[in-house]
Design a protein around this ligand. Sequence first.
Ligand SMILES: Cc1ncc(COP(=O)(O)O)c(C=O)c1O
Length: 376
Amino acid sequence: MGKFAEMVPERVRALASYVPGKPIRQAEAESGVKMIKLGSNENPFGPSPLAMAAMAEATKSVHLYPDNDSVTLRERLAERHGLQPNQLIVTAGSTYLLDLLARALLSPGLNAVTSERSFIAYPIVTGSAGAALRQVPVRNDGFDLDAISDAIDSDTRLVFIANPNNPTGTMISARELDRFLDRLPENVVVALDEAYYDYAECLARERGVEYSHSVNYVRQERSVVVLRTFSKAYGLAAARVGYGMGPAELLNYVARLKSAFIVSSVAEAGALAALDDHEHYDKSMRNNSEQLPLMMRQLRELGYAPVESWANFIYIETGEDASTLGKRLQMNGVIVRPLTGSWGARTAIRMTVGSPEENRKFIDALKSVTSGAHAR
Ligand SMILES: Cc1ncc(COP(=O)(O)O)c(C=O)c1O
Protein backbone atom coordinates (compact mmCIF):
# COMPACT_ATOMS: atom_id res chain seq x y z
CA MET A 1 0.00 0.00 0.00
CA GLY A 2 1.34 3.44 -0.92
CA LYS A 3 1.30 6.42 1.41
CA PHE A 4 -1.99 7.75 0.04
CA ALA A 5 -4.00 4.64 0.82
CA GLU A 6 -4.73 5.88 4.33
CA MET A 7 -5.79 9.29 3.07
CA VAL A 8 -8.10 8.05 0.32
CA PRO A 9 -11.40 6.65 1.63
CA GLU A 10 -12.06 2.93 1.16
CA ARG A 11 -15.04 3.61 -1.14
CA VAL A 12 -12.69 5.41 -3.55
CA ARG A 13 -9.95 2.78 -3.33
CA ALA A 14 -12.55 0.10 -4.04
CA LEU A 15 -13.69 1.73 -7.29
CA ALA A 16 -12.95 0.00 -10.58
CA SER A 17 -11.57 2.38 -13.23
CA TYR A 18 -13.67 3.00 -16.30
CA VAL A 19 -11.97 1.01 -19.06
CA PRO A 20 -12.65 2.73 -22.37
CA GLY A 21 -12.52 1.15 -25.83
CA LYS A 22 -8.97 1.07 -27.11
CA PRO A 23 -7.94 4.25 -28.98
CA ILE A 24 -6.92 3.73 -32.62
CA ARG A 25 -3.41 5.13 -32.14
CA GLN A 26 -2.64 2.79 -29.27
CA ALA A 27 -4.00 -0.25 -31.12
CA GLU A 28 -1.97 0.63 -34.24
CA ALA A 29 1.19 1.05 -32.18
CA GLU A 30 0.59 -2.36 -30.56
CA SER A 31 -0.32 -4.23 -33.73
CA GLY A 32 1.62 -2.42 -36.44
CA VAL A 33 -1.35 -2.46 -38.83
CA LYS A 34 -3.88 0.16 -39.88
CA MET A 35 -6.92 -0.01 -37.66
CA ILE A 36 -10.66 0.50 -37.78
CA LYS A 37 -12.47 1.09 -34.51
CA LEU A 38 -15.67 -0.79 -33.87
CA GLY A 39 -15.21 -0.77 -30.12
CA SER A 40 -17.06 2.27 -28.75
CA ASN A 41 -20.25 2.66 -30.79
CA GLU A 42 -19.09 5.85 -32.45
CA ASN A 43 -20.46 7.23 -35.70
CA PRO A 44 -18.58 5.69 -38.65
CA PHE A 45 -19.18 8.80 -40.76
CA GLY A 46 -17.40 11.13 -38.37
CA PRO A 47 -18.83 14.38 -37.02
CA SER A 48 -21.61 16.20 -38.79
CA PRO A 49 -19.99 18.58 -41.34
CA LEU A 50 -22.25 21.39 -40.10
CA ALA A 51 -21.04 20.75 -36.56
CA MET A 52 -17.41 20.81 -37.67
CA ALA A 53 -17.89 24.19 -39.35
CA ALA A 54 -19.69 25.61 -36.32
CA MET A 55 -17.00 24.31 -33.99
CA ALA A 56 -14.23 25.81 -36.12
CA GLU A 57 -16.04 29.15 -35.94
CA ALA A 58 -16.49 28.79 -32.18
CA THR A 59 -12.74 28.34 -31.65
CA LYS A 60 -12.38 32.06 -32.39
CA SER A 61 -13.91 32.72 -28.96
CA VAL A 62 -12.17 30.11 -26.86
CA HIS A 63 -10.37 32.81 -24.89
CA LEU A 64 -13.76 33.50 -23.27
CA TYR A 65 -15.40 31.19 -20.73
CA PRO A 66 -18.43 29.38 -22.09
CA ASP A 67 -22.00 29.97 -20.98
CA ASN A 68 -22.13 27.99 -17.73
CA ASP A 69 -25.76 26.99 -18.32
CA SER A 70 -25.54 26.31 -22.09
CA VAL A 71 -28.67 28.43 -22.37
CA THR A 72 -28.87 28.48 -26.16
CA LEU A 73 -28.63 24.70 -26.44
CA ARG A 74 -30.94 24.18 -23.48
CA GLU A 75 -33.62 26.41 -24.98
CA ARG A 76 -33.24 24.75 -28.34
CA LEU A 77 -33.63 21.29 -26.83
CA ALA A 78 -36.56 22.43 -24.69
CA GLU A 79 -38.35 23.63 -27.79
CA ARG A 80 -37.52 20.45 -29.68
CA HIS A 81 -38.96 18.24 -26.91
CA GLY A 82 -41.87 20.46 -25.87
CA LEU A 83 -40.44 21.11 -22.38
CA GLN A 84 -39.53 24.12 -20.27
CA PRO A 85 -35.80 25.00 -20.25
CA ASN A 86 -35.67 24.30 -16.49
CA GLN A 87 -36.63 20.69 -17.23
CA LEU A 88 -33.31 20.27 -19.05
CA ILE A 89 -29.68 20.14 -18.05
CA VAL A 90 -26.75 20.09 -20.47
CA THR A 91 -23.61 18.28 -19.31
CA ALA A 92 -20.23 17.13 -20.58
CA GLY A 93 -21.55 13.87 -22.00
CA SER A 94 -24.30 11.85 -20.40
CA THR A 95 -21.79 9.86 -18.32
CA TYR A 96 -21.17 13.02 -16.36
CA LEU A 97 -24.88 13.43 -15.74
CA LEU A 98 -25.03 9.84 -14.43
CA ASP A 99 -22.34 10.85 -11.99
CA LEU A 100 -24.19 14.01 -10.96
CA LEU A 101 -27.44 12.10 -10.41
CA ALA A 102 -25.64 9.54 -8.27
CA ARG A 103 -23.98 12.24 -6.18
CA ALA A 104 -27.25 14.16 -5.82
CA LEU A 105 -29.34 11.19 -4.71
CA LEU A 106 -27.03 8.62 -3.16
CA SER A 107 -24.82 8.40 -0.10
CA PRO A 108 -23.48 5.64 2.15
CA GLY A 109 -26.32 3.43 3.40
CA LEU A 110 -28.45 4.03 0.32
CA ASN A 111 -28.52 1.96 -2.85
CA ALA A 112 -29.14 2.03 -6.58
CA VAL A 113 -30.54 -0.81 -8.69
CA THR A 114 -29.74 -1.87 -12.22
CA SER A 115 -29.24 -4.99 -14.31
CA GLU A 116 -26.20 -7.20 -14.64
CA ARG A 117 -24.49 -6.86 -18.00
CA SER A 118 -25.38 -3.21 -18.38
CA PHE A 119 -23.38 -0.03 -18.80
CA ILE A 120 -20.12 -0.12 -16.81
CA ALA A 121 -20.45 3.49 -15.67
CA TYR A 122 -23.33 2.59 -13.30
CA PRO A 123 -21.17 0.75 -10.73
CA ILE A 124 -18.57 3.50 -10.89
CA VAL A 125 -20.90 6.44 -10.31
CA THR A 126 -22.76 4.56 -7.57
CA GLY A 127 -19.55 3.57 -5.84
CA SER A 128 -18.13 7.06 -6.03
CA ALA A 129 -21.22 8.33 -4.22
CA GLY A 130 -20.50 5.77 -1.49
CA ALA A 131 -23.67 3.77 -2.15
CA ALA A 132 -24.27 0.10 -2.99
CA LEU A 133 -25.36 -1.07 -6.44
CA ARG A 134 -27.73 -4.02 -6.76
CA GLN A 135 -27.37 -5.67 -10.15
CA VAL A 136 -30.18 -8.11 -10.88
CA PRO A 137 -29.67 -11.02 -13.31
CA VAL A 138 -30.55 -10.46 -16.98
CA ARG A 139 -33.64 -11.98 -18.57
CA ASN A 140 -33.43 -12.76 -22.28
CA ASP A 141 -30.10 -10.88 -22.37
CA GLY A 142 -31.76 -7.65 -21.20
CA PHE A 143 -33.38 -5.88 -18.28
CA ASP A 144 -35.72 -7.90 -16.09
CA LEU A 145 -38.01 -5.14 -14.86
CA ASP A 146 -39.87 -7.43 -12.44
CA ALA A 147 -36.58 -8.36 -10.77
CA ILE A 148 -35.59 -4.68 -10.68
CA SER A 149 -38.90 -3.85 -8.94
CA ASP A 150 -38.31 -6.66 -6.44
CA ALA A 151 -34.78 -5.40 -5.68
CA ILE A 152 -35.98 -1.90 -4.77
CA ASP A 153 -36.33 -1.22 -1.05
CA SER A 154 -36.77 1.80 1.22
CA ASP A 155 -33.06 2.66 0.85
CA THR A 156 -33.17 2.73 -2.95
CA ARG A 157 -32.97 6.17 -4.50
CA LEU A 158 -31.92 5.51 -8.08
CA VAL A 159 -32.61 2.93 -10.77
CA PHE A 160 -30.42 2.90 -13.87
CA ILE A 161 -32.13 1.64 -17.00
CA ALA A 162 -30.25 1.62 -20.29
CA ASN A 163 -32.73 1.48 -23.13
CA PRO A 164 -31.46 0.10 -25.45
CA ASN A 165 -29.08 -1.70 -23.15
CA ASN A 166 -25.35 -1.44 -23.65
CA PRO A 167 -23.75 -3.95 -24.27
CA THR A 168 -26.55 -6.38 -25.20
CA GLY A 169 -28.56 -4.04 -27.47
CA THR A 170 -31.92 -5.20 -26.06
CA MET A 171 -34.88 -2.85 -25.88
CA ILE A 172 -37.67 -2.28 -23.36
CA SER A 173 -40.91 -1.29 -25.06
CA ALA A 174 -42.82 1.84 -24.08
CA ARG A 175 -45.63 -0.30 -22.60
CA GLU A 176 -43.29 -2.38 -20.46
CA LEU A 177 -41.68 0.75 -19.11
CA ASP A 178 -45.07 2.38 -18.41
CA ARG A 179 -46.02 -0.65 -16.34
CA PHE A 180 -42.73 -0.58 -14.46
CA LEU A 181 -43.03 3.13 -13.66
CA ASP A 182 -46.60 2.71 -12.43
CA ARG A 183 -45.26 0.36 -9.74
CA LEU A 184 -42.31 2.57 -8.78
CA PRO A 185 -42.25 3.66 -5.13
CA GLU A 186 -42.09 7.38 -4.29
CA ASN A 187 -38.53 7.24 -2.95
CA VAL A 188 -36.95 6.30 -6.27
CA VAL A 189 -35.77 8.23 -9.34
CA VAL A 190 -35.24 6.40 -12.63
CA ALA A 191 -32.23 7.39 -14.72
CA LEU A 192 -33.54 6.37 -18.12
CA ASP A 193 -30.41 6.21 -20.23
CA GLU A 194 -31.32 6.63 -23.88
CA ALA A 195 -27.82 7.11 -25.31
CA TYR A 196 -28.88 5.11 -28.39
CA TYR A 197 -32.33 6.66 -28.67
CA ASP A 198 -31.97 7.73 -32.30
CA TYR A 199 -31.02 4.28 -33.57
CA ALA A 200 -33.68 2.55 -31.50
CA GLU A 201 -36.38 4.96 -32.58
CA CYS A 202 -35.48 4.47 -36.22
CA LEU A 203 -35.32 0.65 -35.96
CA ALA A 204 -38.56 0.51 -33.96
CA ARG A 205 -40.35 2.53 -36.61
CA GLU A 206 -39.15 0.11 -39.28
CA ARG A 207 -40.11 -2.90 -37.16
CA GLY A 208 -43.52 -1.49 -36.24
CA VAL A 209 -42.90 -1.35 -32.49
CA GLU A 210 -43.36 1.50 -30.01
CA TYR A 211 -39.95 2.03 -28.45
CA SER A 212 -40.10 5.06 -26.17
CA HIS A 213 -42.31 7.94 -25.17
CA SER A 214 -39.95 8.91 -22.41
CA VAL A 215 -40.39 12.66 -22.85
CA ASN A 216 -44.03 12.20 -21.78
CA TYR A 217 -42.78 11.06 -18.38
CA VAL A 218 -40.95 14.37 -18.06
CA ARG A 219 -44.03 16.33 -19.17
CA GLN A 220 -46.04 14.43 -16.56
CA GLU A 221 -43.41 15.34 -13.95
CA ARG A 222 -42.71 11.73 -13.07
CA SER A 223 -39.55 10.83 -11.12
CA VAL A 224 -37.63 10.09 -14.29
CA VAL A 225 -34.55 11.70 -15.79
CA VAL A 226 -34.10 10.87 -19.47
CA LEU A 227 -30.49 10.98 -20.62
CA ARG A 228 -29.46 11.60 -24.22
CA THR A 229 -26.11 12.26 -25.85
CA PHE A 230 -24.51 13.85 -28.89
CA SER A 231 -21.75 11.21 -28.79
CA LYS A 232 -23.41 8.56 -30.94
CA ALA A 233 -25.87 9.48 -33.71
CA TYR A 234 -24.48 13.02 -33.92
CA GLY A 235 -20.84 11.94 -34.04
CA LEU A 236 -19.55 14.28 -31.32
CA ALA A 237 -18.10 11.82 -28.79
CA ALA A 238 -14.90 13.77 -28.16
CA ALA A 239 -16.71 17.11 -27.85
CA ARG A 240 -18.37 15.78 -24.67
CA VAL A 241 -21.93 17.00 -24.73
CA GLY A 242 -25.08 15.30 -23.57
CA TYR A 243 -28.23 16.28 -21.71
CA GLY A 244 -30.90 15.21 -19.32
CA MET A 245 -34.63 15.91 -19.16
CA GLY A 246 -36.41 15.60 -15.85
CA PRO A 247 -38.13 17.29 -12.90
CA ALA A 248 -37.04 20.96 -12.67
CA GLU A 249 -36.62 20.80 -8.90
CA LEU A 250 -34.32 17.77 -9.05
CA LEU A 251 -32.28 19.18 -11.94
CA ASN A 252 -31.82 22.37 -9.96
CA TYR A 253 -30.14 20.35 -7.19
CA VAL A 254 -28.15 18.32 -9.70
CA ALA A 255 -26.85 21.49 -11.37
CA ARG A 256 -25.32 22.63 -8.07
CA LEU A 257 -22.91 19.69 -8.24
CA LYS A 258 -21.80 20.46 -11.79
CA SER A 259 -18.24 21.69 -12.27
CA ALA A 260 -18.27 25.27 -13.51
CA PHE A 261 -17.95 25.70 -17.28
CA ILE A 262 -17.99 21.96 -17.87
CA VAL A 263 -19.53 22.20 -21.37
CA SER A 264 -17.27 24.17 -23.69
CA SER A 265 -18.55 26.77 -26.11
CA VAL A 266 -17.08 24.67 -28.93
CA ALA A 267 -19.11 21.65 -27.81
CA GLU A 268 -22.29 23.69 -27.48
CA ALA A 269 -21.83 25.17 -30.96
CA GLY A 270 -21.20 21.70 -32.39
CA ALA A 271 -24.31 20.26 -30.76
CA LEU A 272 -26.52 23.10 -31.97
CA ALA A 273 -25.30 22.71 -35.55
CA ALA A 274 -25.54 18.91 -35.45
CA LEU A 275 -29.25 19.23 -34.64
CA ASP A 276 -29.66 20.98 -38.00
CA ASP A 277 -27.62 18.51 -40.01
CA HIS A 278 -30.43 16.30 -41.25
CA GLU A 279 -28.33 14.92 -44.08
CA HIS A 280 -25.64 13.54 -41.79
CA TYR A 281 -28.21 12.25 -39.32
CA ASP A 282 -30.30 10.51 -41.99
CA LYS A 283 -27.21 8.97 -43.56
CA SER A 284 -26.17 7.60 -40.17
CA MET A 285 -29.62 6.13 -39.49
CA ARG A 286 -29.91 4.66 -42.98
CA ASN A 287 -26.52 3.03 -42.76
CA ASN A 288 -27.40 1.43 -39.43
CA SER A 289 -30.76 0.17 -40.66
CA GLU A 290 -29.15 -1.41 -43.71
CA GLN A 291 -25.96 -2.72 -42.18
CA LEU A 292 -27.35 -4.09 -38.90
CA PRO A 293 -29.48 -6.85 -40.49
CA LEU A 294 -26.69 -7.63 -42.93
CA MET A 295 -24.20 -8.07 -40.10
CA MET A 296 -26.66 -10.18 -38.12
CA ARG A 297 -27.13 -12.47 -41.11
CA GLN A 298 -23.42 -12.82 -41.76
CA LEU A 299 -22.71 -13.54 -38.12
CA ARG A 300 -25.40 -16.23 -38.08
CA GLU A 301 -23.94 -17.75 -41.22
CA LEU A 302 -20.63 -17.98 -39.37
CA GLY A 303 -22.35 -19.95 -36.61
CA TYR A 304 -22.86 -17.20 -34.03
CA ALA A 305 -26.13 -16.34 -32.30
CA PRO A 306 -25.95 -12.53 -32.02
CA VAL A 307 -28.55 -10.86 -29.81
CA GLU A 308 -31.17 -8.87 -31.72
CA SER A 309 -30.05 -5.26 -31.51
CA TRP A 310 -31.99 -2.02 -31.25
CA ALA A 311 -28.87 0.13 -31.39
CA ASN A 312 -25.72 0.62 -33.48
CA PHE A 313 -23.86 -2.34 -32.06
CA ILE A 314 -24.14 -6.11 -31.76
CA TYR A 315 -23.54 -8.36 -28.77
CA ILE A 316 -21.90 -11.60 -29.82
CA GLU A 317 -21.36 -14.62 -27.58
CA THR A 318 -18.20 -16.18 -28.99
CA GLY A 319 -17.74 -19.28 -26.85
CA GLU A 320 -14.10 -18.39 -26.27
CA ASP A 321 -12.06 -15.98 -24.19
CA ALA A 322 -13.12 -12.58 -25.51
CA SER A 323 -9.95 -10.71 -24.70
CA THR A 324 -7.83 -13.24 -26.64
CA LEU A 325 -10.23 -13.01 -29.57
CA GLY A 326 -10.13 -9.21 -29.31
CA LYS A 327 -6.35 -9.27 -29.53
CA ARG A 328 -6.43 -11.53 -32.59
CA LEU A 329 -8.93 -9.23 -34.29
CA GLN A 330 -6.73 -6.28 -33.43
CA MET A 331 -3.76 -7.97 -35.10
CA ASN A 332 -6.02 -8.01 -38.18
CA GLY A 333 -6.78 -4.31 -37.95
CA VAL A 334 -10.12 -4.30 -36.11
CA ILE A 335 -10.85 -2.99 -32.61
CA VAL A 336 -13.95 -4.52 -30.97
CA ARG A 337 -14.99 -4.47 -27.32
CA PRO A 338 -14.28 -7.67 -25.40
CA LEU A 339 -16.91 -7.71 -22.64
CA THR A 340 -14.60 -8.94 -19.91
CA GLY A 341 -14.11 -7.36 -16.48
CA SER A 342 -16.96 -5.19 -15.22
CA TRP A 343 -19.06 -5.98 -18.30
CA GLY A 344 -19.48 -9.46 -16.85
CA ALA A 345 -19.44 -11.45 -20.10
CA ARG A 346 -15.97 -12.89 -20.51
CA THR A 347 -16.75 -14.82 -23.68
CA ALA A 348 -18.70 -12.09 -25.48
CA ILE A 349 -17.66 -9.20 -27.69
CA ARG A 350 -19.54 -6.11 -28.82
CA MET A 351 -19.02 -4.72 -32.29
CA THR A 352 -20.18 -1.35 -33.52
CA VAL A 353 -22.07 -1.34 -36.81
CA GLY A 354 -19.67 0.57 -39.02
CA SER A 355 -19.69 1.71 -42.61
CA PRO A 356 -20.17 -1.05 -45.23
CA GLU A 357 -16.42 -1.18 -45.80
CA GLU A 358 -15.62 -1.40 -42.09
CA ASN A 359 -18.18 -4.13 -41.60
CA ARG A 360 -16.70 -6.17 -44.46
CA LYS A 361 -13.30 -5.77 -42.87
CA PHE A 362 -14.67 -6.97 -39.54
CA ILE A 363 -16.26 -10.08 -41.06
CA ASP A 364 -13.06 -10.88 -43.00
CA ALA A 365 -10.98 -10.44 -39.85
CA LEU A 366 -13.38 -12.60 -37.83
CA LYS A 367 -13.25 -15.35 -40.45
CA SER A 368 -9.49 -15.31 -40.54
CA VAL A 369 -9.03 -15.50 -36.76
CA THR A 370 -11.65 -18.13 -35.97
CA SER A 371 -12.68 -21.47 -37.35
CA GLY A 372 -15.57 -23.83 -36.87
CA ALA A 373 -18.99 -23.28 -35.32
CA HIS A 374 -19.75 -20.83 -32.53
CA ALA A 375 -23.27 -21.69 -31.43
CA ARG A 376 -23.89 -20.72 -27.85
C1 LIG B 1 -25.71 3.31 -22.19
C2 LIG B 1 -24.78 4.46 -22.33
N1 LIG B 1 -25.01 5.56 -21.62
C3 LIG B 1 -24.21 6.63 -21.69
C4 LIG B 1 -23.10 6.62 -22.50
C5 LIG B 1 -22.18 7.79 -22.43
O1 LIG B 1 -22.17 8.63 -23.44
P1 LIG B 1 -21.48 10.05 -23.31
O2 LIG B 1 -20.90 10.22 -21.94
O3 LIG B 1 -20.44 10.07 -24.36
O4 LIG B 1 -22.59 11.02 -23.56
C6 LIG B 1 -22.80 5.50 -23.26
C7 LIG B 1 -21.59 5.47 -24.08
O5 LIG B 1 -21.08 4.48 -24.49
C8 LIG B 1 -23.66 4.39 -23.16
O6 LIG B 1 -23.41 3.28 -23.84
